[in-house]
Ligand binder design. Structure first.
Ligand code: NDP
Ligand code: 8X3
Length: 250
């Protein structure tokens, strides 16, 4: 039977690439994000391959999250696969000079937003005793780096929540796992540095992971047979050895 996947943060980067990868597999797609024009463009681009429904909401808005999931038409109501991908870093500052609004954004989006979306979808999975949840963590969720403080904290939380979900949803046969990339060349740094040109230098001098590289791994995880759950993957580009070790050309 054709599966339906809901992807948060499908307007750019990893989420968008995952939508394209899933569409190639013929999966029905529910694409989420705040930038409606981008969702509409992707829907248009993928509709010759599969059925696509878009949900336009901010994951920080609890009410909007539940209303959006509630609003799904009958033929999109059953969600087999949830990809909790929406998130970003906001700022790169020492803890003593960090911006409280940035901290709020990271905890509200990366952690609480993931929880709201999961809370809205898990009941139908437990009722059916099937489903798969993939949370997009980060190498920053495994290893803290200088000035990464709150972003790393939010991604450590994503990993702890993933493990907790896997334990609590085990009796229901629901697969839960995390994919944790290192540096991926997306709009991530543009958001983190708020339009500062420094964002352009982040991926210079080495070949970073591309969004498609991560999407392929996500696709691998959701295409395993029923008895196999990909619980946790850490992936780097070849030039990166850890959060702090990166081989750049001079
Ligand atoms: P992008 O900035 O390209 O994509 C971020 C996505 O998240 C966008 O689609 C954006 O959509 C969505 N998003 C952000 N805030 C909200 C919000 N409040 N409500 C709803 N959607 C939101 O970055 P990436 O693709 O790189 O990031 C995707 C995930 O991967 C994030 O969780 C990030 O932490 C993680 N990650 C990224 C790495 C990297 O180096 N790039 C490495 C490891 C993990 P819109 O703005 O339209 O709402
Ligand atoms: C994104 C990777 O190293 O910029 O999660 O935090 S990093």
């Amino acid at each position: 039977m054709t599966k339906t996947a809901l992807i948060t943060g499908a307007t750019s980067g990893i989420g968008e690439a995952t939508a394209y990868e899933f569409a190639k597999q013929g999966m029905n797609l529910i694409l989420c994000g705040r930038r409606l024009d981008r969702l509409q463009n992707t829907k248009k681009a993928l509709e010759h391959l599969t059925r696509v429904h878009i949900l336009n909401f901010d994951v920080r808005d609890k009410k909007a999250v539940f209303e959006a999931i509630e609003s799904l038409p009958e033929d999109f109501k059953q969600i087999d696969i949830l990809i909790n991908n929406a998130g970003n870093a906001h700022g790169l500052d020492p803890i003593n000079t960090g911006n409280i609004d940035d901290w709020d954004a990271m905890m509200d989006i990366n952690v609480k937003g993931l929880l709201y979306v999961s809370k809205a979808i898990i009941p139908q999975m437990t009722e059916r005793k099937s489903g798969q949840i993939i949370n997009i963590g980060s190498s920053a969720g495994k290893e803290v780096y200088p000035k990464g403080n709150v972003y790393c904290g939010s991604k450590h939380a994503v990993l702890a929540i993933t493990e907790g979900m896997r334990m609590d949803l085990n009796p229901f046969g629901i697969k839960v796992g995390a994919i944790n990339p290192g540096l991926v060349e997306t709009e991530f740094s543009k958001v983190r540095f708020k339009g500062d040109p420094i964002a352009d230098s982040v991926y210079k001098g080495f070949k970073a992971l591309q969004a498609e590289d991560v999407a392929e791994v996500i696709c691998f995880a959701v295409s395993r047979p029923p008895h196999v759950n990909i619980a946790d993957i850490l992936m780097f580009c070849t030039a990166q050895a850890s959060s702090t070790i990166l081989k750049k050309d001079n």
